[in-house]
Design a binder for this molecule. Structure first.
Ligand SMILES: C[S@@+](CC[C@H](N)C(=O)[O-])C[C@H]1O[C@@H](n2cnc3c(N)ncnc32)[C@H](O)[C@@H]1O
Length: 212
């Protein structure tokens, strides 16, 4: 923790973010009913309020933020509105189109790439020999489109399915920035903040403290 506290959000920004999240939730419910009921899809929306609380706890002007599997872009756009330099990578290019459209309508500078958040050449070495990636798909690296590497981001966010957290922690350990924060949403609806592989805190929906 530091004394370098960001001021509380002004009311307009707070209202905008709430409306963005509401639009995101409505899209997700439609997607779940119209797409996922016929064909399984890895996109499940997180608890946006819990992610927002975690983002606010690590917010500093100019910090570079990356969302792994950005789906409709709600969280990346929220990060942009909160002052991060925000990027999202998503494998499903139709969702990337949705995210770009959402960003344009919300006058957001958030940027999106269609591709994989797994850097080229990286393979997960599971300690017990099982290197399965779970629901994390394969594809060309999305970093190339941004012209930067995973190690260039200050804050990285992901929503792993059950059992995928060790893979994300290992990816961050091997390719993440030295002082970067990793925010992982949990199936229980909380967002956990890690740095250097250690848990700094877990937030549900109301920020109680800054995590630096
Ligand atoms: C559980 S959803 C999370 C969506 C959003 N980040 C959130 O927290 O609400 C995971 C997303 O990751 C995407 N995805 C899966 N594998 C990926 C990969 N290798 N690279 C980029 N996106 C991927 C899926 O298509 C899906 O949209």
């Amino acid at each position: 923790m530091t004394g370098d506290v960001e001021p509380a959000l002004d009311r307009d920004l707070d209202t905008r973010i709430n409306a963005l999240c509401e639009e995101g939730r409505e899209f997700w419910h439609r997607f779940d009913a119209e797409v996922r009921q016929d064909d399984w899809h890895p996109f499940v929306a997180s608890d946006y309020d819990a992610v927002r609380a975690a983002l606010e706890s690590v917010r500093k002007p100019g910090r570079r933020f990356l969302e792994w599997g950005s789906a409709t872009g709600v969280i990346t756009i929220m990060a942009d509105l909160l002052g991060f330099d925000a990027y999202g990578i998503e494998l499903d290019s139709s969702l990337v189109d949705v995210a770009r459209d959402l960003a344009a309508r919300w006058h957001s500078n958030a940027q999106f790439a269609a591709g994989s958040f797994i850097p080229m050449g990286w393979e997960w070495k599971h300690p017990e020999g099982n290197g399965r990636h779970g629901t994390v798909g394969r594809g060309p690296s999305g970093y190339l489109e941004f012209g930067c590497a995973l190690g260039d981001f200050d804050v990285v966010y992901g929503f792993p399915w059950m059992g995928e957290e060790p893979m994300m922690l290992d990816l961050m350990r091997t390719h993440g920035g030295k002082d970067a924060h990793l925010l992982l949403h949990t199936p229980q609806g909380a967002t956990r903040t890690y740095r250097d592989g250690k848990i700094l805190g877990e937030l549900i929906s109301t920020p109680t403290a800054r995590i630096d």
